[in-house]
Design a protein around this ligand. Sequence first.
Ligand SMILES: C[S@@+](CC[C@H](N)C(=O)[O-])C[C@H]1O[C@@H](n2cnc3c(N)ncnc32)[C@H](O)[C@@H]1O
Length: 219
Amino acid sequence: MPNWSEFAPGHWVGVGILGYHLFLTLMWIVLKLTLRRRVAPWWLFIGYSGVLLLVWPFMEISRNPWWRRKWLVRAGVKEGDVVLDEGFVMGTSSIVAARIVGPKGMVYALDNEPVHVLILWLRARIRWVRNLKIFLSSADSVNLLDGIIDVVYASDSFHEFPMEQTLKELYRVLKPAGTLAIWEEHEKKKVTNALNQAAERGMFSFIEQEKGVYKLVKT
Ligand SMILES: C[S@@+](CC[C@H](N)C(=O)[O-])C[C@H]1O[C@@H](n2cnc3c(N)ncnc32)[C@H](O)[C@@H]1O
């Protein structure tokens, strides 16, 4: 029988990191064999995940779960809602949203980067989050039925999407009078223009618009 007390905590950290990278390698092989789109080379896939793990603690401090909860509540997310979180990186907002909506609600989390999808998939399993469905897709082609979403939430990600096509797609998946909540730190001008154009076309009307916070309702 091994004497478990001989294993220092550092050993388990090492085993964890090795296990995580073996898992990523396996996932890379699965993605390479199953995905029709191009998958980044193995070294980039593993390297990027390493960088993400290094910056993650800083992201969790600067945008911590309490801060995220505040934004989600301001966006209008509440118990029982069906939420779409677009562009989630490590997925902390998606997990917090899943806690807010509770077992009667559902959160769909979408990102176009396979490493992000794998990380959130792992986190959701480790944290026993059952009401979270994660998928790999572009923001402008959401694989969901028409009119099923109460709140679309995009924090600091909308500027990276093809805006016009994404707004059309979000209009399609939102319920009548559903909410589109966007929080932007970058490219506010570009985002404001795209949202103004959508409002002029009669797709959405503004509820709130100040300092990178945009809350709109489907009209
Ligand atoms: C700056 S990060 C978002 C930060 C994150 N929402 C947060 O609150 O910490 C932008 C995210 O959008 C994703 N993204 C970029 N373009 C996308 C697209 N066309 N479709 C889906 N996700 C996209 C990126 O992979 C990345 O995860």
